[in-house]
Design a protein around this ligand. Sequence first.
Ligand code: GRF
Length: 200
Amino acid sequence: PILGVLASGRGTNLQSIINAIDAGQFAAEIGVVITDKPEALALERAKDAGIIGICINRKEYNTREDFEKALIKELHAHNVEHIILAGFMRILSPLFIREYKNHILNIHPALLPAFVGAHSHRDVLEYGVKISGCTVHFVDEGMDSGPIIIQSAVPVEDNDTEDTLAARVLEQEHIIYPKAIELYLNDRLQINGRKVLIKS
Ligand code: GRF
């Protein structure tokens, strides 16, 4: 299977997926890494791993539709079958989601459905919850709302800052994202309404 990874930033989740493939955790090839920002470190990581990395700069497109058409064109050009969102900081439109329905995975750094959006660690600390974590889910047309595949919980410590909490959560992200992709590619996931059943 050919994966397309979309990222906006430093790409540590991308790296964990590259490492999992190298270690033989699942059989897949990353056909292309696409970022929406030219400075994304994810492009360097792709290059270092011998993977094609492309920037489709959102700023060069007038509308989201045009931007997404360019994305889809590039994904098709590299025969991508499954989309892995790895810190891709843009909301994809229904047009894009429908193109790859049930073939898009995302990781969110909180225990969904709590703390959706782009500032979950800050929101977690402000709210005062004692447990946070991360969630891998299928992407549907809502925001962080698709069926949940795996979650992992981590404690929130009294003296946590956004950075210390993020680091603790990130360690878990790097474990559960490859695991979720493994289950997905091995056809172990069955979507049943809101629920994802893990077949044995
Ligand atoms: C991760 O915390 C991920 O959960 C969130 O964005 C961050 C991306 O980090 N969606 P990285 O670019 O994979 O290092």
